[in-house]
Ligand binder design. Structure first.
Ligand SMILES: *Cc1c(COP(=O)(O)O)cnc(C)c1O
Length: 432
């Protein structure tokens, strides 16, 4: 890149890829499992991490590498690991530092899949998720003990559109020497800048706003790069010699202790050469290519999604058939002030609303929409609707549903980038 400090839109289009030997301008799909070594010494150096390079596509691939570097560039992090899905990114972020007997503190209003992973599946492996109300940073502090490894939350809750005091939560985590892991799936830059509000690691589903076109599932972990993994003595997996990697010390070799010699990549490298190597939820290069196409227009689409959501939320709030709308861009939402302060374009494009007539009226609306697609995804270019209680949050118990913010009559909408007049007209005819 020609300027020393390129802006976000420039990074989204250029970061992470210089033309290869073919001169191809778009990032090619390197559809290969493995890579020729120059000679025996080159191979030995790659395996020992003495030199970075390609070995095998479970662990690294040039198309994925371009996506990872571009994501790191867009978020302003030092490094990134791409994964097969958002769920595998979350699983790896937790298990790279948590072992059986450890715990972590998390918000209780989470994406449904994350809630199930934390509350049920990780429990089977002896990792305890301590659910607290993130509106109360003191509750986070109270839940931390000497086996706690991280604090986890989401940038904007789905579907309650709750926005918590992230800098206060980060301060509690940092006082205890813990990283804040933030799921920023629903509000990537320029909608929100997670590293400016205290996150140390960002986890993402690339499936949503970043891919943006509803064609590929993928995930990522992005490392901010300045967290001191050695200060608390809790992170031996990163700061001690790694017996599964011929004694490599990730902190000494790649940590943030000395910016001059170390790039601040200790976490993502440990995740790549540990959890990804051993359990293999790697992103396919073809999906990486598709996701790069989305990432290039993210700076245009993100603000458009938010602006459209504001129009649709205001339309619904005034509609006689609507009982309530829970969008933080509306002044009656409890987190409206925080939304205005932290989200320059508006707090994303996902929110819930209740149709008068309860559960049955909500289901009827779903059956009557035409432009809006009824499906289980959020933040592709199209407007999407779903009834969470009978679908995305169905596996949760009724108490868990309420705790996750899902009321029986709630419709969740993800506002797309169509013309707002058409989105509103569709909802209006369905309500009629
Ligand atoms: C979709 C989603 C995930 C899971 O991502 P997948 O790519 O579907 O595995 C995690 N967190 C949030 C906030 C999501 O919306």
């Amino acid at each position: 890149m020609t300027t020393p400090d390129p802006g976000l839109a420039t990074r989204a289009v250029h970061a992470g890829f210089e033309a290869d030997s073919t001169g191809a301008r778009a990032v090619p799909i390197y559809q290969t499992t493995s890579y020729l070594f120059r000679d025996a010494e080159h191979a030995a150096n790659l395996f020992a991490l003495r030199e970075f390079g390609n070995i095998y596509s479970r662990i690294m691939n040039p198309t994925n590498d371009a996506l990872e570097k571009r994501l790191a560039g867009v978020f302003g992090g030092t490094g990134c690991l791409s994964t097969a899905s958002g769920m595998s990114a979350i699983f790896y972020a937790i298990t790279t530092v948590c072992s059986a007997g450890d715990n972590f503190v998390t918000g209780d209003k989470l994406y449904g899949g994350t809630y199930t992973l934390f509350g049920h599946t990780l429990k089977r492996f002896g990792i305890e998720a301590r659910f607290v109300d993130m509106r109360d940073p003191a509750a986070v502090a109270a839940a931390i003990d000497d086996k706690t490894k991280l604090v986890y939350t989401e940038s904007i809750g789905n579907p309650k559109c709750n926005i918590d005091d992230l800098p206060a939560i980060a301060a509690v985590a940092h006082e205890h020497g813990l990283p804040l892991v933030l799921d920023a799936t629903v509000s990537p830059p320029p909608v929100f800048d997670p590293f400016a509000y205290g996150a140390d690691l960002v986890v993402l589903s690339l499936t949503k706003m970043i891919g943006g076109h509803g064609n590929s599932v993928g995930g990522a972990i992005i490392e901010k790069g300045d967290f001191d993994w050695s200060a608390s003595g809790r992170f031996g997996l990163i700061t001690e010699d790694d017996p599964t990697y011929h004694g490599v010390n990730f902190w000494a070799a790649f940590g943030a202790h000395d910016k001059a010699v170390a790039p601040g990549l200790a976490f993502v490298l440990k995740a790549r050469t540990g959890m990804l190597r051993d359990t293999g939820a790697c992103l396919s290069p073809t999906n990486a290519f598709n996701l790069i196409q989305g990432l290039e227009t993210l700076p245009l689409r993100g603000p458009k999604h938010c602006a459209n959501a504001q129009v649709v939320a205001e339309f619904l709030a005034k509609h006689p058939k609507i009982e309530w709308v829970e969008y933080a861009g509306l002044s009656d939402h409890p987190d409206h002030a925080r939304a205005k302060a932290m989200f320059p374009h508006g707090p994303g494009a996902i929110f819930g609303f209740g149709v008068r007539g309860g559960f049955e009226a909500g289901k009827k609306l779903i059956d009557k929409v035409q432009l809006c697609s009824h499906l289980a995804n959020v933040l592709d270019a199209r407007s999407l609707v779903i009834h969470p209680a009978s679908t995305t949050h169905q596996q949760l118990t009724p108490e868990e549903q309420l705790q996750a913010g899902v009321r029986p009559e709630m419709i969740r909408v993800s506002v797309g980038i169509e013309d707002t007049a058409d989105i509103c007209a569709d909802l209006d005819q369905a309500l009629g």
